[in-house]
Structure formats: C-alpha cells, structure tokens
Write a protein of this length. Structure first.
Length: 316
C-alpha cells in the first residue's frame, strides 16, 4: 500500500456539503482496516488532513477544518494553560502526555478518552464535508513518533466510516436551512443569559454568532466539535434564534446591516445612515500613471512572493 491512491471514485468537488450519504474517506479507511495498515492516510482536499492508523485501527486524525484534542481541552476550559504547559513539558518528549495529564489529576481517564474520540470523529467528518480529492497511504517507519494524544487502543474503521456517513447525511439536510461550512450565523434577537444550566452551550453559540464567524470559527473559539456546532446552529436556525445565509451565498443577507444594533443599542441609526453610491463622488476620472509619477521601490522588495494570509477563525 506504499503510496497507493485509494480513491476509486475520482475527485470529489469542493463545496459546502456533499450529497447525502457520500463519504469519500470511508472506502479508504475500510481497506486500511482490512489490511491492518500502520501509518498515515493522507487526505488531499480543502483543507484535507491526515489520519493515523496502527494495525488497522484509527488512533488520531488532524485537519485545519476542526479543533484537535489540545484545542478541545484548552478552549473549553477543561484544562488550564498552566497545567497543560507543565504536563506537556514533562510527558510530551517521552510520549507520555496523556499519562501525565491523568496522573497529575488534571483530567480523568474517561474525560480524556472522550475528548480524543471527539477530535477524531470530528476531524474525519470535517475533511469529508469540506471536499476530498484523493486518499494516499504512507506506511509507518521505525522512527515515527505516535500522536501526543492518541485514542487507545483505536477506533475500528467500520465504526468511523459509519458515523461519518451518518454525519454527512445530517449535514446535507441542514442545507435546507442554509447551514453549511460557509455559514456565518447571526443571533437575532440579541441573546439573553440562560435560565437553565443545560442551555449554557446554546447560549455560548449565540454569543459567538455575530455574523462574521463560520461554524469552524465558533468550534475553535469554544473548544467544541464542528459537527456539534453545526448541529446547534441548524437547530437554533429552525427555531428562529439565528439568522443564517441563504444556500450558496457568499456573505450575510443584505438586511443584516440595516437591522444590527450599534454599540449604544439603537438599531434605528444603522437604517438612517446616508448611503454611498458608485459614481457619485467628485473624482470622475483617474489620470493615467506616468513614469515620473510612479514611486521608486527598492529592488529587493520586488522579489517578495507567496505571502499567505493567516488562517482566520481562531479568534476569541
């Protein structure tokens, strides 16, 4: 299986959600399980990611599309920054980070296992949802290091593929409400503090739903899984607590800007502000640039290329 391309159905188009029941990663996972594969399953896509297997069982999965175990532990408040730093320094170099977290009483065995399982299921779901072009295996080498927080002993690929297919089917149904990976929900009307403790998770999502954050952004900010956040958004959108983008739109509905409250709480000011229209400014023509008008730049600055913007979404 060295470098073998496991995608038998061809490239999967990148988009907000796949068709119902589609799971481009499932067949590759099942084949790895049948062959008791050890190594990495590299998922090519937007953004793609990696799935780590040992003897055919999935022990970790990482992608930029969803929070990993560290983010789930720290952003949710389960583990403090100070405790994490101490445990990481003591256990990470020797591959005992999980043991250090438990032995120091920072988190229980069951709690840590739940977080690691959540991270794997969520990562595979997010990779499949965002779009997969191909899956390629990379066999393990003797000097490879295990993930710092692996699932022990591992997840059977059949279980992971089945759960991913179920989540993708749910995500397809959410499209009817306008909920996708590109949705930027807005809480309307402004949320009030929860009366019951069980409502705190919903209230946290409402507070983050400011019309600029995607489900991924909210997941990273709250330390929760992308699937759980999208499910909550879809539920509250159906109840009228959240306003979401129309399917396929690139931004918030036009009506949002006129109804958002300003810092003083007066929503009428936004509607009364003067509007600028194209062509109404006094400058009607721009004079053509000439050699004399162009500023001279140092030659060494002209060689700068491929400057990448930082990935947005991990704001508090």
């Amino acid at each position: 299986m060295n470098g073998q391309n496991l995608d038998s159905s061809g490239p999967t188009p990148t988009g907000p959600a796949p068709t119902a029941g589609a799971d481009p990663i499932g067949p590759a996972l099942l084949r790895c399980g049948q062959e008791r594969f050890s190594g990495l399953l590299r998922v090519e896509g937007s953004p793609g990611g990696t799935i780590c297997l040992r003897q055919g069982l999935v022990i970790a999965a990482t992608t930029a599309a969803s929070p990993g175990p560290e983010s789930l532990l720290l952003r949710s408040g389960r583990v403090s920054e100070a405790d994490w730093t101490t445990a990481y320094a003591a256990g990470a170099p020797s591959g005992r980070l999980a043991a250090e977290l438990v032995e120091r009483g920072i988190i229980g065995v069951a709690g840590l296992e739940t977080v690691c399982l959540t991270a794997v299921f969520d990562a595979v779901f997010a990779m499949a949802l965002c779009g997969v072009e191909a899956c390629e295996t990379e066999p393990a080498r003797p000097d490879d290091l295990l993930p710092s927080l692996p699932v022990t002993p591992g997840i059977p690929p059949e279980r992971l593929a089945r759960e991913t297919a179920r989540r993708l089917a749910a995500a397809t149904a959410w499209l009817d409400l306008g909920v996708s990976t590109r949705t930027r929900p807005l809480a309307v009307p402004p949320s009030t503090p929860p009366l019951l403790q069980a409502e705190e998770s919903r209230h946290a999502v409402l507070l983050k739903a400011n019309g600029r954050r995607t489900p991924r952004d909210i997941a990273f900010s709250l330390g929760r899984g992308v699937f759980a956040i999208m499910s909550e958004i879809a539920r509250m959108a159906g109840e009228g607590l959240l306003e979401v983008d129309a399917p396929g739109s690139a931004g918030p509905p036009a009506g949002r800007r006129a109804t958002r409250q300003d810092a003083s709480g007066d929503s009428s000011k936004a509607a009364s502000l003067p509007q600028r229209h194209r062509g109404t400014n006094k400058v009607s023509e721009v004079p053509p640039a000439t050699a004399a008008s162009r500023p001279s730049l140092p030659r060494r600055l002209l060689g700068i290329r491929n400057v990448q913007e930082p990935m947005a979404g991990e704001e508090d």
